[in-house]
Design a protein around this ligand. Structure first.
Ligand code: CDT
Length: 310
């Protein structure tokens, strides 16, 4: 008899982290969420993007040392070692986003660690939103293009947790290409963290629309690739700068099966049956049968829009 494959997973939302909060204090909060996840029987706990500090790309900094203070040059670092140790002791895997300084290069990075404490994989954010130049007139900055290089690892997936797992980070979730590249490798669960400001610096829009687009992106990515999606927010007001909550677990049908209700530290849990991916993968989105790559050339040959001739 074939046993059904299933991962009980927690999205571990973090409430606000202020500039004055130490890494050690944040890791204490993460340990509490990790233990809650383990107590609920989870095999995997998903933490947010840049989980160890405030969302620092909102600040313009000229001093490279001030920027580097937000980065980790080793992982585990002294501050995060307790998280690795406790996860291994509990037999729980985790996903963690952090700012990575690697041989002088800066990336917005996430890792996946299994229940034995083994590093399964590393992902570096590809779609960096925002701008590189200081915008003194804006109410806050979004300087990811200044502080990070574009990720150089692509969108790999890994065999882990009895399934096929991939990662992306925040803005990546808005791009169908992100999910499709992993879908083409048979991904069954995409885990991701995000810091999404409640206000759009480019044009006015109500906060409910920010939430709508966040959920729309997760749900579309899940359904169109027949995969679970587990998304963990850093939420709430960081030194007066609000971030949306809405951490969610989405089924391969595109339906939301669990959603955070607060903008504080909170876990949401779901049993994700991996064979639930099969109906979508083998039918409506059976890539092998139905994709028409001969008509998709523009997706990789062209970056911006090319308008038709007048
Ligand atoms: N962290 C991150 O990628 N945030 C972006 C904000 C976009 S507005 C510049 C997001 O897509 O949620």
């Amino acid at each position: 008899m074939v046993t059904p494959r299933s991962i009980r997973v927690a999205a571990a939302q973090l409430g606000p982290i202020h500039l004055a909060d130490s890494r050690e204090a944040v890791v204490e909060r993460m340990l509490s969420l990790l233990r809650k996840g383990a107590g609920a029987g989870c095999g995997l706990v998903v933490f947010p993007e840049l989980a160890l500090t405030t969302f620092f790309p909102r600040y313009f900094m000229e001093d490279p040392a001030a920027v580097d203070a937000f980065f980790e040059s080793e992982m585990p670092s002294a501050a995060t070692e307790p998280l690795f140790d406790e996860a291994k002791r509990l037999g729980v895997g985790f996903h963690l986003g952090y700012a990575e300084l690697a041989d002088g290069r800066h990336f917005n990075t996430a890792i996946l660690v299994d229940g034995d404490g083994r590093l399964v994989g590393k992902y570096r954010k590809v779609h960096l939103p925002g701008h590189a130049e200081h915008r003194p007139d804006a109410p806050f900055q979004h300087l990811e293009k200044r502080y990070f290089e574009v990720g150089d690892l692509g969108f790999p997936v890994w065999r882990a947790f009895d399934g096929i797992v991939g990662m992306c980070i925040c803005n990546d979730r808005r791009w169908p290409e992100t999910f499709r590249v992993m879908g083409l490798q048979g991904v069954e669960m995409v885990v991701l963290g995000y810091n999404t400001p409640e206000h759009n610096i480019y044009h006015r829009e109500p906060p409910h629309r920010r939430m709508f687009h966040h959920l729309l992106s997760l749900q579309a990515g899940a359904y169109q690739n027949g995969t679970w999606v587990v998304a963990a927010a850093k939420a709430g007001s960081e030194d007066g700068h609000p971030l949306i909550g809405g951490s969610a677990i989405v089924a391969p049908t595109g339906e939301i099966v669990a959603q955070a209700t607060s903008e504080e530290d909170e876990i949401i849990v779901h049993d994700c049956g991996l064979d639930a991916c099969l109906d979508i993968k083998q039918n409506i989105f059976n890539f092998d049968k139905h994709r028409r790559v001969e008509h998709y050339g523009r997706i990789v040959d062209q970056t911006g829009v090319v308008l038709p001739e007048d």
